[in-house]
Design a protein around this ligand. Structure first.
Ligand SMILES: [Fe+2]
Ligand SMILES: [Fe+2]
Length: 288
């Protein structure tokens, strides 16, 4: 009998039902690994605000000051993934390794709905002072037997890239393809993986191809997270769904920036496999 599992708990998301949890534009997913003889807790992203993140950790039944994360993984530097980080670290009694890409702290803007900053609201030194040990690399990181980051993701399907972001490079605003975007790979068994995405700015299909390239695995057991199909054309949504059919995932849990149209399309194409989850919901993933 399989005794090992990973619980994926949605701490922060854009959608909430009638529950003690709070919603905001952001994402944070608790990753609890329950092995035969050990338990580990990791976190993917920190939501937009520490007030929501800390409130929802308590609503999840955990005392934030007692939380001991083995790692915090940052999918990229946008404010809605990093904003809760400093307050969370300050509430913890131990330092925590934070894994991400070197571009996380760069200055960046969007011009969807007018120009506005979407940078990480903290400097590297503020995060270090708060108790974060920054491990910044473009390369994939193997965290343990079950978890591995994708590192930087090649953009093979170019139209999966959102053209509305800018970043400062050599004192000039240039197109920001969000090179820091990474996803988290969970090894389910020898053949299959589960994909955990923050915003998936690299594109879902580009990301799946990256996982195959890194692991040799062609079977995607499931996908959870922000798929950044909000505002995407019908053509792009259809392309994503057609490609996704080839991967044949058993479960799809679109969150955060996936967009209502894409979520409805996924639900129509994969009615039993697509699960529409809210803050506070959990998914139990059996692992071998
Ligand atoms: Fe983002
Ligand atoms: Fe996001």
């Amino acid at each position: 009998m399989n005794k090992r599992k990973i619980i994926l708990g949605i701490l922060v998301n854009n959608i909430v039902g009638e529950s003690p949890f709070l919603a905001e534009h952001g994402i944070s997913i608790l990753i609890k690994i329950l092995g035969e003889d050990k338990e580990e807790i990791h976190l993917l992203d920190c939501g937009k605000s520490d007030s929501t993140l800390l409130h929802n950790i308590e609503a999840y039944g955990i005392d934030p000051s007692q939380l001991l994360f083995q790692t915090i993984i940052l999918s990229h530097g946008h404010y809605d993934h990093t904003g809760g980080m400093k307050g969370l670290l300050e509430n913890m009694s131990q330092t925590v390794p934070i894994i991400g890409h070197p571009d996380i702290f760069i200055s960046r803007i969007t011009y969807v709905d007018g120009f506005r900053s979407i940078s990480c609201p903290f400097t590297q030194s503020e995060i270090r002072q708060a108790g974060g040990e920054l491990l910044l690399t473009r390369d994939p990181v193997t965290i343990n037997d079950f978890l591995m980051t994708t590192g930087e993701i090649p953009r093979r399907n170019k139209f999966e890239i959102n053209p509305f972001f800018r970043k400062i490079c050599n004192d000039q605003w240039v197109t920001d393809e969000v090179d820091d975007d990474l996803s988290l790979i969970i090894h389910v068994n020898k053949e299959s993986f589960f994909l955990l995405c923050g915003c998936c700015h690299a594109g879902l299909i580009n990301t799946l191809e990256r996982v195959k390239e890194l692991t040799g695995k062609e079977k995607c057991y499931g996908i959870m997270g922000g798929l950044h199909l909000v505002g995407a054309s019908r053509e792009r949504i259809d392309f994503t769904i057609n490609e996704l059919q080839k991967w044949n995932p058993e479960v799809i849990i679109p969150l955060h920036c996936s967009g209502r149209e894409a979520m409805c399309a996924l639900k129509n194409y994969f009615p039993k496999r697509t699960k529409l989850f809210s803050c506070g919901d959990s998914f139990s993933l059996p692992i071998e």
